[in-house]
Design a protein around this ligand. Structure first.
Ligand SMILES: C[S@@+](CC[C@H](N)C(=O)[O-])C[C@H]1O[C@@H](n2cnc3c(N)ncnc32)[C@H](O)[C@@H]1O
Length: 471
């Protein structure tokens, strides 16, 4: 039977983007566009020793070398004979000497070979997968990887040219996704999902099944012919950091609508406050796409040099990098200290508000002080607004934030004296929880968000019971 996913997308090509995907029919938010298994999956090139069957971190006690190749595994024969481990096992055994790993808990250089070997092995075991893989875009390999001739010589690879090894390394660099199902996450490359272009306000969400398949989901209404995009970088970073990161890792300067709008769709993710008193305007440059020389106030005539603003932001950035973000008191102090200089949704403030929302929500809501509960409500409200405008594809994040907002609202109403208001909050919060549940409905049970999806269902049932009793 023809897969329903096939009809939703089509491969196109142009000079500036290379190959990209467009929708072949209208798509609704939440609709699954694509589901496909990995072409190749393995450990990241720089990792502490992990089991090459299940991906778990190993230590002296949990590790057991494979009797054939010496690569450490965590289990018995089942791990040794697992098909996942076969590529590096076969290619290491063929070189005639075993891998010997004794130091655990620190990155081991031999792991840089594993996923490359798994990809190379496809040439012999699965020519069709190998063909799909070799069609993907490749960069000149990163200097962090051992040179291809070293890999060929070390593993005595006769059936692959240095060019093929080099191309595989480049393909992993351009098309690799982080698969967060294990700790540490794994590196994975898909077929059609590799042709998705980047947009800082992407219209598609990627998530994964428990089996490691990628699921591509429409995060908003998509029209026939629209480009399908995901975000290759952190969508909550400021424009300059995102563009720099994309250039360094993917070799292009992003010129998407979001990067082209200094206010980032009115969220003011980069804005700082006008220092002219009593002006309460916000400063931004005319564009971030050209070299920035001045920042202008949106209310008064103030114009400020980019050098001074860069110095100021650099200093705050350094403070943030050194700050223990796992301490709520320190986060609150940071927000208080910088609220006079940074806009409330400056990306530094958003970063700290995310950390704070996480810490507050990880406590029992009943134990939160009145002040913390109000703060949690305010922060989750702000983060929701920002995410909906600049990153609607962050469905996992949005689901989490909506859940926290609903729970904090219910707890606030519970503490109030007004029973009518309490039941009205319960009704509204149930709607918010339904939205959160919908956002999380495709998350795998191996992730916290997948488990939260089930939990929300149970909590909605309790609310329903309370509302029914009150009728
Ligand atoms: C994962 S590949 C996407 C498929 C690729 N276009 C191809 O032809 O195979 C990533 C590469 O596509 C190009 N690309 C993706 N999104 C882009 C964008 N928004 N602007 C410019 N180039 C982009 C860049 O060359 C980037 O390194």
């Amino acid at each position: 039977m023809e897969s329903p996913f096939k009809v939703a997308l089509q491969l196109c090509n142009d000079a500036s983007l290379g190959r990209y995907l467009v929708a072949t029919r209208p798509l609704s938010p939440g609709e699954i566009i694509l589901k496909e298994p990995p072409l190749v999956r393995g450990p990241f090139l720089h990792t502490v020793p992990v089991c090459l069957h299940c991906g778990k971190i190993l230590d002296n006690t949990s590790s057991r070398p494979c009797s054939k190749c010496g690569w450490p595994l965590c289990g018995g024969e089942a791990c040794e004979n697992s098909p996942t481990h076969q590529p590096e096992c076969v290619l290491t055994t063929a070189k005639g000497s075993q891998i010997n790993i004794k130091n655990f808990g620190i990155p081991h250089p031999n792991y840089q070979f594993v996923t490359i070997l798994r990809a190379l092995h496809l040439k012999q075991t699965s020519p069709e997968t190998w063909r799909k893989l070799m069609q993907l875009q490749a960069y000149p390999i990163s200097m962090n990887i051992a040179p291809p001739n070293f890999i060929c010589n070390f593993f005595k690879l006769k059936d692959w040219s240095e060019g093929e090894v080099m191309k595989i390394c480049g393909i992993l660099t351009v098309n690799g996704h982080e698969l967060p199902l294990t700790h540490p996450p794994q590196l994975v490359v898909y077929d059609r999902a590799s042709y998705l272009e980047h947009n800082c306000r992407a219209n598609c969400t990627k998530t994964f099944t428990d089996e490691g398949e990628i699921l591509l989901i429409a995060s908003e209404e998509i029209q026939e012919g629209d480009h399908l995009s995901i975000c290759y970088t952190d969508p909550f970073w400021g424009v300059e950091n995102r563009r720099q990161h994309l250039f360094q890792t993917k070799e292009f300067w992003c010129i998407c609508d979001r990067c082209d709008d200094p206010s980032e769709f009115g969220t003011h993710l980069n804005s700082i406050k006008c220092p002219n008193r009593p002006c309460d305007g916000l400063l931004l440059p005319k564009s971030f796409l050209q070299e920035v020389s001045a920042w202008n106030c949106d209310k008064c005539d103030g114009i400020f040099s980019n050098n001074n603003i860069s110095l100021l932001l650099g200093k705050i950035g350094q403070e943030l990098a050194k700050m223990p973000k796992e301490d709520p008191k320190v986060c609150k102090q940071f927000l208080k200290k910088h609220e006079k200089v940074l806009g409330p949704h400056h990306f530094y403030m958003v970063d700290v508000k995310m950390a704070l929302s996480h810490m507050l929500a990880s406590q029992n809501f009943e134990d939160l002080s009145e002040g913390d509960l109000k703060l949690l409500l305010q922060i989750t409200g702000e983060l929701r607004m920002v995410a909906e405008k600049i990153a609607p594809a962050e469905r996992r994040f949005l689901g989490l934030i909506l859940y926290r907002f609903a729970k904090a609202s219910i707890e606030m109403a519970r503490r109030g004296e007004n029973l009518e208001e309490f039941y009205s909050t319960l009704t509204k919060s149930k709607e918010t929880l339904m939205e959160a549940r919908d956002l999380l409905k495709n998350e795998p049970s191996l992730l916290q968000e997948g488990r939260m999806h089930l939990q929300i269902g149970l909590e909605m049932k309790l609310i329903d019971d309370l509302l029914t009793k009150n009728k």
